[in-house]
Design a protein around this ligand. Structure first.
Ligand code: A2P
Length: 300
């Protein structure tokens, strides 16, 4: 598209299939996911979101056909034991009042012992393969169309993908924004055919205002006659990531659907600015969970 053309963000959000390849690329297996229309603010559900029932109700009442919506949910840390995975998914399906999910993610690379109050299960944390094998079974049963992970760093991705996987992780959903742009993770993901999904893409709540005032963001907005939020979202899309710009404000939801192609020089300036300061991550539950390591440390 010519620079400045407005296109809906959904058009750039490539559906992926369980093999990890974007739909449309050649693969040994036929594509499982044909839906072209996906929710621009894909719902990150799961135990933390606790909004599955509301989303299910909204979907039902909207009358929008199921195959026009992209539903993502996540497996919570207490359900990593292989015998618990399908029950957890079934509960999500019941809540959402649907027969399948488009994407099911391991919420954190951290397993808690069954029924415990955040007590670490060191074995399943060090080796998530038994949990992953169960997710693969859910794909084969047709209950989920794609499987992936969330909040995994490179060593943890390497650790998981070193196993003889039937389906590689299609997605890694992570905090990704101007303050925490994670260029190494993005590079690794591209090299390994893994799609990154950006949560808190405008920065987390307290950072949003500051993000929208970054001079490079303001310059893009001014030059292309778009809003600063659209400038940032466009930058994310141009980096090759899926963007989840959550908003409870209807006008912002509409605003956030529109992305433009940034001229290379403006994109490069913003990319340079984002990757030139020390990264600041906001979401890190390691201390709250009393982990004996930091979940995002490379040796964590
Ligand atoms: P709101 O939901 O009140 O509209 P996170 O992704 O970390 O959950 O936070 C997203 C934050 O960004 C929310 O506070 C949301 O506000 C805000 N937000 C989303 N879209 C826009 C936008 N286009 N302009 C300004 N703030 C936005």
């Amino acid at each position: 598209l010519p620079s400045g053309d407005k296109i809906p963000a959904v058009a750039l959000d490539r559906p992926v299939q369980a093999s990890g390849k974007p739909t449309g690329e050649k693969s040994e297996k036929p594509s499982r996911q044909r839906s072209r229309l996906v929710t621009g603010t894909s719902t990150a559900l799961g135990s933390i979101g606790r909004n599955e029932k509301e989303v299910g109700q909204a979907l039902r009442e909207s009358g929008v056909p199921r195959d026009q919506v992209w539903l993502t949910s996540k497996l919570w840390n207490t359900f990593h034991a292989p015998e618990d995975v399908e029950h957890a998914l079934d509960e999500s399906l019941r809540n959402l009042d649907t027969e399948y999910l488009d994407l099911y993610l391991i919420h954190w690379p951290i397993a808690f012992k069954k029924g415990s109050n955040n007590e670490l299960d060191p074995e399943l944390t060090a080796n998530p393969y038994p949990t992953w094998k169960k997710l693969e079974e859910l794909v084969d049963k047709g209950k989920v169309r794609n499987i992936g992970v969330s909040n995994f760093n490179i060593p943890r991705l390497r650790n998981l993908t070193a196993n003889p996987l039937k389906y590689k992780p299609a997605v890694n959903q992570v905090e990704l924004n101007y303050w925490n742009p994670q260029p190494e993770l993005l590079k690794w993901a591209k090299e390994n055919n893994l799609l990154l999904e950006a949560y808190s893409p405008l920065g987390s709540n307290k950072q949003v205002k500051e993000t929208l005032q970054v001079p490079e963001v303001q310059a893009i907005a001014k030059e292309l006659n778009i809003t600063p939020a659209q400038a940032i979202i466009s930058w994310h899309v141009q980096r090759g990531t899926v963007v989840l710009p959550k908003s409870v404000t209807a006008s912002r939801v509409i605003e956030n659907f529109h992305v433009v192609r940034l001229p290379d020089d403006l994109f490069d300036k913003l990319e340079k600015a984002a990757t030139s300061h020390p990264p600041q991550r906001v979401l890190n539950p390691s201390k709250n969970w009393n982990l004996p390591f930091d979940v995002f440390d490379d040796d964590g």
